[in-house]
Design a protein around this ligand. Sequence first.
Ligand SMILES: Nc1ncnc2c1ncn2[C@@H]1O[C@H](COP(=O)(O)OP(=O)(O)O)[C@@H](O)[C@H]1O
Ligand SMILES: [Mg+2]
Length: 268
Amino acid sequence: MDVIGIASGKGGVGKTATAVNLAVGLVMRGRKVMLFDADMGLANAQLALGCTTPFNFGHVISGEKTLEEIIVTTRQGIRLVPGASGVQKLASLDTLAAAAIVQAFSSIEEEFDFLVIDSAAGISSSVLTFMQASQRRLIVLRDEPSSIADAYGTIKVLINEYKLDEIYIVPNMVENQSAGRMLYNRINDVCEKFLSQSVKYLHSITHDEHMLAAARNYQSVLEFAPGGNSSRDFRKLAETVDSLDQTGVPSGGLQFFFERIIVDKRFK
Ligand SMILES: Nc1ncnc2c1ncn2[C@@H]1O[C@H](COP(=O)(O)OP(=O)(O)O)[C@@H](O)[C@H]1O
Ligand SMILES: [Mg+2]
């Protein structure tokens, strides 16, 4: 199983859009995908997929529900772990509760090809913990000074403090692929110069009005406008992610992911 964490630094740049459409795109390719909505503040992956969930991760944290009881299969075929909307922060979990969560995930016997994690804005310790536990990290950014600065700030912490690699750039809301590639080149140059490490390029997502219309219709853009520009890009993104080299990627189930979270000393 490949674990893909999605971050950006800044909010509103398209993390949820990327997480959701990547997950849908991978399912369309026949993969088994779990989407974990780890944005405990907004929890809008379910809205983007048009599914209402009676329970969420907050109920697991509080001990009211088991993980099995909260996971839903969306109509797109994604196994979704709904985020806890505005409830307890993951970062504030004590060790016991955290261990219980690991236990909960260990009990899930389903096998997945991909676990996609949609995270909150910013670089709080819980976002960083998720990024560390992931096998690959996707940084979504747009061509705008604050987004570039925040993306760089996130990458800097991931590289300097967490010593992580497998960092991939996904330029979003770009005019075309070559504009996205140029944005990637700019941030990669800065990373090479100041962090002595390069970041990788995945694929860019074109700015597309269908995105807004899809959201208004509680659909992923891949369902709402499959022939649109962003859908074409998300299909290519899913294809690229699906064909990434798995050599050296530790295999294992969900429990390994959560075990990595717990061993992160910052997770207190
Ligand atoms: N490629 C795109 N083209 C047009 N609008 C987009 C695109 N990507 C995202 N959006 C819109 O931008 C807004 C923020 O996206 P969202 O995924 O919620 O960001 P984040 O999760 O990073 O806060 C949403 O209204 C979404 O529909
Ligand atoms: Mg979001």
